[in-house]
Write a protein that binds this ligand. Structure first.
Ligand SMILES: *Cc1c(COP(=O)(O)O)cnc(C)c1O
Length: 494
């Protein structure tokens, strides 16, 4: 390579790659392409999922050539994006029932575009005042829904001296859980942050049906995944509040120091909610921090008809919520919330740094209170959905998905050969064909190969089930009936 070659290019046209002259026409062509992509998917034509082996995808998309030669723009880029969409898994298709990731609406997609262009690295106010203000407002909206005190405007914070809740948005629920666990640990063991854990063996009490991000967080925090002690459960992995004290005592007898309890609202596998009020009472008696993992089931916060599922959540110390699951927002967008602001503000250092907020600061910096340094303007993507639907529209959207799920579960239950372990409390439904565990996996594989329906499987009380999550308002009972017929056919073939 000749020395200085990059510089010559730069001097020719320093804005060569930052030139937005054709952006509007590129974007309108992309808009047309995406509109067609979504319409095709929503019509239910064709497959939800196609999984070519990775080398074939790399080959078809000519990934290496494009990197080597560069120049992918204009019509060539358009053709690439078209092909990309051909190979992608289509969440807008009514057959999409495998995962808990939201089916996007145009508002959230437009928000992503603004965020993509402006690239305001949210976390300090000066990098994007509207994005920060939206994050602040959404956190307060969620705090209000839980029944916790909202954050005062930054100028009024010093006077409030932390007598309110607090929260922030994170890129995903796993990071939100990690933040909550760190907050709980800092509350119980303030010196750990600087001094390490020494001989202390902190213990987290949780059900075996917890999301894996809890034990992963325990591993990341250096406590070891074995610091998560499993609690006895009622049927289908729902926590039994009456059995907590015995496990607590055993953990202490074994030399551990239990400091928190994690409840599911709802559990990822079964979609069932733990009894929060009763668990909160036990936590109070045993002086345990009470964390509620509402990554999926926080939907009930926004739907009055479902709010009873989260009864007692206001008694928790911390709560997380994935807006990119039930709230129709594109990934990633999650929130971690704490009842007492000083707990969040003290998570990453011992000082209660809310005191450092000068009255004349125009905004609020989330940065001192998060794992992340740079964040996208993720609140905007949620705000544009919520502001289009309004609170009532959001409530209807979530309630409809739940009501359709109840009908779907009843349909499966009443179809000969199929069974469900329990009626759903959320939009997550487990079911089986026959009672052979291995066959459930085989049937799911056959279904995925067929491609029209994309579902998952899960273990519940040691048994394998097929599992659907009704995330898509386009998924109706008629789709399920067709899927069950296909499963029966595949079962006949295996
Ligand atoms: C999805 C989920 C998580 C993890 O959230 P991500 O946003 O995928 O990181 C944590 N807990 C529960 C209960 C979940 O359902």
């Amino acid at each position: 390579m000749k020395p200085g070659i990059w510089r010559r290019i730069d001097l020719e046209d320093p804005l060569k790659f930052h030139n937005y002259h054709e952006f509007s026409s590129d974007l309108s062509a992309l808009g047309q392409l995406l509109q067609t992509y979504v319409a095709n998917a929503q019509s239910g034509e064709g497959k939800t999922i196609t999984q070519e082996p990775m080398p074939s995808v790399a080959e078809a998309l000519k990934l290496e050539q494009h990197i080597r030669h560069g120049g992918l723009k204009g019509e060539a880029r358009h053709a690439f994006m078209e092909q990309y969409l051909d190979y992608t898994t289509r969440l807008h298709h009514p057959g999409y029932m495998a995962h808990q990731v939201a089916v996007t609406s145009p508002g959230t997609a437009l928000g992503a575009t603004i965020s993509a262009v402006t690239n305001n690295g949210m976390n300090i106010y000066e990098m994007g005042p509207p994005a920060s203000t939206i994050e602040f407002t959404i956190v307060n909206w969620l705090l209000g829904k839980i029944g916790w005190k909202e954050m005062p405007w930054p100028a009024d914070m010093p006077a409030a001296a932390g007598a309110h809740g607090a929260g922030l948005l994170t890129h995903g629920g796993s990071l939100a859980n990690l933040t909550a666990l760190l907050g709980a640990r800092a509350h119980a063991f303030p010196k750990f942050w600087s001094e390490g854990m020494g001989d202390v063996k902190p213990v987290i009490l949780a059900s075996a049906t917890n999301h894996y991000s809890i034990s992963r967080a325990a591993g990341i925090m250096g406590m070891g995944t074995r610091s998560v002690h499993h609690l006895p459960t009622l049927e289908f992995g729902v926590l039994d509040p009456d059995k907590v004290a015995a496990v607590y005592r055993q953990s202490v007898a074994d030399g551990g120091t239990p400091f928190m309890l994690v409840a599911n609202a709802c559990a990822t596998a079964s979609g069932l909610y733990d009894p929060l009020t009763e668990l909160a009472e036990v936590c109070k008696e045993l002086d345990l921090w009470f964390h509620v993992d509402g990554a999926h089931g926080s939907a009930a916060l926004a739907a009055p008809k479902l709010r009873h599922l989260l009864r007692g959540v206001e008694l928790a110390d911390s709560f997380i919520c994935d807006l990119h699951k039930m709230f129709a927002t594109n990934a990633l967008c999650a929130a971690v919330l704490m009842k007492r602001a000083p707990d969040l503000f003290g998570t990453f250092q011992q000082d209660a740094s809310y005191l450092f907020h000068e009255k004349d600061e125009p905004g609020f910096d989330f940065m001192p209170h998060t794992v992340e340094c740079t964040k996208t303007a993720m609140g905007l993507r949620f705000f544009l959905v919520l502001a289009e639907m309004g609170e009532e529209g959001m409530a209807d959207f979530i309630t409809d998905l739940h009501e359709e799920s109840t009908k779907i579960a009843a349909t499966i239950r009443d179809t000969p050969g199929f069974s469900i372990p329990h009626m759903p409390e959320s939009n997550i439904i487990c079911f089986r064909y026959g009672d052979d565990c291995e066959q459930q996996v085989k049937l799911r594989t056959a279904l995925t190969r067929d491609g029209r329906y994309h579902i998952s499987t899960t273990l519940l009380e040691g048994k394998r089930y097929m599992r659907v999550v009704i995330m898509n308002p386009a998924t109706r009972v008629s789709d399920i009936k067709d899927m069950l017929r296909r499963i029966e056919t595949f079962a006949g073939e295996t």
